[in-house]
Write a protein that binds this ligand. Structure first.
Ligand code: CU
Length: 154
């Protein structure tokens, strides 16, 4: 009995330390001002925007996104050349320094929601899960605004 009691005590002492150590980065990530535009149907990809803030004191790396709304979700970076032609490409892993905010904003970056499983209807919302290199996840509800919305205020 004495041995069991001691093991339990050790487990209790270690648990909070391990929990903090495993997710010290992504548990401090705050997603703000998420929004998206309504889609006409499902034939074209949807786009979502948000601010991803690292409120912690360790860099975090965003490695992927997932939503049941789309078969594939990816952050794309938009670049515009001297002639004003915009192209987009997968942004890859995004490192967010401590106290830094990454703005996934029109003209800069977007979350591309490819192969929509259902139309994005104004007034609705869908869950989007951000995955980080430390194994942590942050899920946000993304509101669907009007088809001509330009920002989180519509
Ligand atoms: Cu895109």
């Amino acid at each position: 009995m004495k041995h069991v009691a001691r093991s339990t005590l050790v487990a209790l002492l270690l648990t909070p330390v391990l929990a903090t150590g495993a997710l010290a980065g992504s548990e401090d990530v705050v997603v703000e001002n998420a929004w998206s535009r309504a889609s006409i149907g499902t034939s074209r990809p949807g786009a979502a925007y948000m601010e991803i803030r690292n409120a912690g004191d360790e860099a975090v790396t965003l490695t992927g996104l997932q939503s049941d709304l789309a078969m594939m979700s990816e952050i794309h970076r938009v670049t515009t050349d001297a002639r004003g032609v915009s192209t987009m490409a997968p942004a890859g892993a995004i490192v967010i320094a401590p106290e830094e905010t990454v703005a996934v904003a029109p003209g800069v970056m977007h979350v591309m929601l490819m192969h929509l499983r259902r139309p994005m209807q104004e007034g609705g919302s869908f869950p989007l899960t951000l995955t980080f290199s430390d194994g942590g996840e942050v899920t946000v509800a993304v509101p669907v605004l009007g088809i001509a919305a330009r920002g989180p205020e519509g």
